[in-house]
Every structure is written in structure tokens, then in C-alpha cells.
Design a binder for this molecule. Structure first.
Ligand code: IPE
Ligand code: IPE
Ligand code: MG
Length: 232
């Protein structure tokens, strides 16, 4: 089914790179590399669908607990992505933004991230948001601490707190997709997903292709979003 009900903001929890590699007898890092290829393609496909914001969960605050070799390999893939892909993203009208903590990543990667954000700042076709060292709980805690440090007095409203989130101007995700058959959020956009629609697929992330994306979007298009009201 095709329809014009397209999410403004799509979030994807890109899971299953390790299992994808294992099934093929390959090291996990080759799964992550295949996942990155898929991500590059997905930014284009998502833009083609008219989606304005695309958030991809690439590394969680809990993923530091993986073996050092895997963590290092993932950091190198992020460097590789920025070095090789930012210019083409820019030419296609994409703005690259990072969402997550900024105090634990390697200094050279942080510098590249700042450069890429600055370089693509004026692009408006799509905001491609890479969630790196991201955790929903960390984001809420960071916001609370920043709000306290700002000297805020009196009652705190949702609007007061949201101003201190990592990307306060980005609307909440309309649809969150998770690949690889896991049925959980794993600390992704906890606050922002309060009224998101969810879609789960068994496909591992490196296998999540255009027909998979269309299936997710078609499923979203027929959802009845009620936001706690009684409109049917
Ligand atoms: C997702 O794939 C990528 C990251 C979390 C960095 P996984 O590495 O979690 O793959 P599985 O879940 O072990 O298959
Ligand atoms: C969630 O995947 C994080 C990312 C996709 C970056 P994980 O593989 O880390 O999540 P769990 O451990 O299965 O919950
Ligand atoms: Mg996983």
C-alpha cells in the first residue's frame, strides 16, 4: 500500500550487525562495516521518501562495555564515515548532526564531528542525526544538571527541561524502527518516544533494504495515533 502519511522524524535502532556477520562466519567488525554501508544508502532512501529528520542509533552509552577491539573498530568506522561521506551528504542537501555525550569519545573524533556539523550546518533537505555515545537516561540527566547549573528557580516545566536536551529543535520521532527481532528500546530516545509508533523487523541491520523501509513506512501510514485522546 502506498500513502502520503510519511513520518517527519524517523528513528532507527540499527541492531544485528554482529549476528549478520556470525551467520556468514565473519568477524563482528565486518558486520559493522556492512551496517555502515547500509546506513549510507539508507540516508538517501529516507530522504527520497520525504522524511525530514532521520536519527540512527549507532553507539549507546552501554556499548562501551564491549571488547576494546570492537569499540575501537566502531570509532574508526565513525571516523571513516565522516572523512569519506560528509562532502557527498552536503552536496545532497544533508545536515549531519550528532546526538549524545561529548565527553568520552576520542578527541580527534570529537573534532571531526564538530567539523562535519559546521560544514553541513546550512543544509536543509534532511537532518541526519547520528546517535553516538547516546543514552536516553544520560540525556535526561545531562539536561537536569544543565538546568540546575543555569540557576533556574521555581517549578520546572517540560519546556524548561527540553531546552537542555541534546537537540532541542528536533521534533519527537514519529516512528521508531528496530531491526534484528529484538523488542526493546535499549535506552534510545526515552523521553522523545513517549508517543512514537514502533515497528520491529527480524531483518538484521545490514539486510534492511528499500523494500524493508517501505514496509515499515506503509505500516506506519495506517496507524491510528491518538495521543491519549478519544479521537478515532
Ligand atoms: C548493532 O549491532 C550495532 C551496535 C550496537 C554498535 P550489534 O553489534 O548489537 O549486533 P548484534 O546485536 O550483536 O547482532
Ligand atoms: C542498541 O543495540 C544500541 C544500538 C543499536 C547502537 P544493543 O545491541 O546495544 O542493545 P541490546 O544490548 O541488545 O539491548
Ligand atoms: Mg545488538
Amino acid at each position: 500500500m502506498t500513502t502520503d502519511r510519511v513520518p517527519t522524524h524517523l528513528g532507527i535502532i540499527m541492531d544485528g550487525n554482529g549476528r549478520w556477520a556470525k551467520k556468514r562466519g565473519l568477524p563482528r567488525l565486518l558486520g559493522h562495516r556492512a551496517g555502515l554501508h547500509r546506513l549510507v544508502e539508507m540516508v538517501r532512501l529516507v530522504k527520497k521518501q520525504g522524511i525530514r529528520y532521520f536519527s540512527a542509533y549507532a553507539f549507546s552509552t552501554e556499548n562501551w562495555s564491549r571488547p576494546q577491539m570492537e569499540v575501537d573498530g566502531l570509532m574508526s568506522l565513525f571516523r571513516h564515515y565522516i572523512k569519506r561521506r560528509v562532502n557527498e551528504l552536503k552536496e545532497e542537501g544533508g545536515r549531519l548532526r550528532f546526538c549524545g555525550r561529548r565527553d568520552r569519545l576520542p578527541a580527534d573524533l570529537l573534532e571531526m564531528m564538530r567539523w562535519a556539523e559546521e560544514e553541513t550546518r546550512s543544509r536543509t533537505a534532511i537532518d541526519f542525526i547520528l546517535c553516538v555515545d547516546y543514552g536516553g537516561r544520560a540525556e535526561i540527566l545531562d539536561a537536569v544538571n544543565a538546568l540546575v547549573a543555569s540557576g533556574h528557580t521555581g517549578e520546572v516545566t517540560e519546556e524548561d527541561l527540553k531546552k537542555f536536551f541534546y537537540l532541542p529543535d528536533v521534533p519527537d520521532p514519529d516512528l521508531i524502527v528496530r531491526t534484528s527481532g529484538e523488542l526493546r528500546l535499549s535506552n534510545f530516545l526515552l523521553w522523545e518516544s513517549a508517543y512514537s509508533e514502533f515497528y520491529f523487523t527480524d531483518a538484521c541491520w545490514p539486510d534492511f533494504d528499500e523494500p524493508e523501509l517501505i514496509r515499515a513506512l506503509d505500516d506506519y501510514a495506517i496507524r491510528d495515533r491518538r495521543y491519549g485522546g478519544n479521537r478515532s
